[in-house]
Design a protein around this ligand. Structure first.
Ligand code: BG6
Length: 490
């Protein structure tokens, strides 16, 4: 039995927004997979709670369709699906008026059983729901609440939201999800750094020239018109996922995998990020928005056409040169870029080491490239270490770059579980290591807010880029000004 299949205690999993998109695409399929993996003990129950007045049978129909649509056919087993649907029930609740919470209380009749309240709803409802839960004495010692981003749209609103939730739940019960932390390759960053003696001695400004983090998507707005146009890439991806990746690359070794040990170290990184002020923003940040172009599936519309408005200043692309002010990272820039409708779907972290101090081979050996370590988060998850070797054959020493590869698909058998599967089971177990603590979220906003303000004050241009390319040319200039180039993935 691997840790993926060790059964957990029976639990009640209550999904507010049970009939919504997240529940359909991620939560129900992930719970199904964990049942199939043998992790559920009986009686584990899943309870949908939303405003729609559904019956249990109608919720089961919804779940059944969710599984058909979002679990590969080969992984759907009729007996398993039957068992899964039997553990589902539904309670209509109104987050505003509190109708339905009394019924929920009757259903959750075992105060000792683990309860997970999952907020798959708009953040405006977090406060009301958590208040009703407490007033109805539903918050027991064994309860946990899970909240999804966006946690605020700036520091002030994030604090407000954290206050509201914190009023009804203790910090140890609050699980703020960043699904990037549930990705296997992201956790592998910690395995690579702290499970090997090889890298850590080199992991600093004496040996690393710079770091690049790219999260490129090919998708556009995806029906998220209302949310996305108010958010933009800086809030949607940079404040959370990208900064979390940066923290895992940059943090000091924690003393253990204990939740606070890891989160204390991440927090220190966030607090060491050099603030980008109004004057520096134009040189350190690039905002972009996609125009009509092409994707793998053919011609695609530009952002404003997709949005259906005459204009918008929302960025669908952002690139930032970030700096960490501490001994380990002084003088090592972290170049971050993320965007929608880019040339390919690709997320990776590239660590570029310094050049060798002296070339003994002379010019005939060709260019000696600096070593690079590339951690590919998706797709084709894996780790590549680029090194120089001798080109085979006589005729002198010619060197060329090649890579030592660990492709996860070739190394490990079986399916790669979705990030949500891991994270949901961590919530049930009460393990907060991969969840963001309040102070982390607020420290991230403390760094993001001045950038947002600078953009507003300077009216910093949102530069157009053609869909299907790597973003505005200013993003290339951002790194090339420093004599470096974006890592071209192959
Ligand atoms: C979400 C963002 O948090 O992450 C989306 O809101 C983005 O805009 C998504 O598409 C990317 O996640 P993944 O797992 O597909 O890389």
């Amino acid at each position: 039995m691997t840790s993926h299949t060790i059964p957990v205690e029976p639990f009640d999993f209550i999904v507010f927004g049970g009939t919504g998109d997240l529940s359909e695409r991620k939560l129900l399929p992930s719970l199904y997979h964990r049942q199939v993996a043998g992790q559920f003990s009986e009686p584990t129950r899943i309870i949908g709670a939303s405003r729609s007045k559904l019956t249990d049978a109608q919720f089961r129909d919804f779940a059944s369709k969710a599984l058909t649509d979002h679990v590969p056919a080969a992984e759907l087993d009729a007996t398993q699906v039957g068992t899964f649907l039997q553990r589902l029930s539904y309670i209509p609740v109104d987050a505003r008026s509190g109708d339905g919470f009394a019924k929920l209380k009757k259903t959750l009749n075992d105060p000792d059983r683990i309860r997970v309240f999952y907020m798959a709803v708009a953040p405006e409802l977090f406060g009301d729901i958590s208040q009703h839960l407490r007033e109805n004495e539903l918050v027991t010692a064994n309860s946990r609440i899970v909240v999804e981003k966006p946690i605020g749209r700036d520091l002030a609103s994030a604090r407000e939201l954290n206050d509201v939730i914190g009023h009804n739940f203790r910090e140890q019960q609050i699980f703020r999800i960043d699904h990037y932390l549930g990705k296997e390759t992201v956790q592998n960053l910690m395995a690579l750094r702290f499970g090997n003696a090889l890298y850590e001695p080199l992991w600093n400004s004496a040996h690393i020239d710079h770091v690049q983090i790219t999260v490129a998507e090919t998708v556009g707005l995806e029906d998220r018109v209302t949310y996305y146009d108010k958010a933009g890439a800086l809030r949607d991806m940079m404040q959370n996922h990208m900064l979390q990746l940066l923290c895992l690359v940059a943090m000091e070794p924690p003393s253990s995998m204990d939740a606070d040990a890891v989160r204390d170290e991440k927090l220190k990184v966030l607090r060491s990020l050099r603030r980008i002020n109004g004057q520096e923003a134009p040189r350190h940040t690039v905002r972009g928005q996609y125009r009509a172009g092409a994707s793998a599936t053919g011609a695609v519309k530009g952002y404003v056409e997709e949005l259906g408005k005459p204009e918008s200043r929302t960025e669908t692309f952002v690139a930032i040169k970030a700096e960490i002010e501490n001994w380990r990272w002084a003088g090592v820039p972290f170049y971050l870029r993320t965007g929608k409708r880019l040339a390919s779907r690709l997320s990776e972290i590239a660590i570029e080491f310094k050049q060798i101090p002296h070339n003994i081979f002379g010019t005939g050996a060709g260019n000696i490239m600096a070593n690079q370590l590339v951690i590919r988060l998706q797709p084709d998850e894996g780790i590549r270490q680029f090194i120089m070797i001798k080109d085979p054959g006589p005729g002198g020493m010619r060197l060329r770059a090649t890579s030592l590869d660990v492709s996860f698909a070739n190394t490990f058998e079986g399916r790669n579980p979705d990030a949500y599967e891991r994270l949901i089971m961590d919530v049930v177990r009460g393990n907060q290591t991969l969840f963001m603590r309040r102070d982390e979220v607020e420290a991230a906003w403390t760094w993001i807010d001045p950038i947002l303000n600078a953009w507003e004050e300077n009216r910093q241009e949102v530069q157009g880029y053609t869909a299907g390319t790597w973003g505005p040319s200013a993003a290339i200039a951002l790194i090339e000004r420093d004599g470096r180039t974006w890592h071209e993935s192959t």
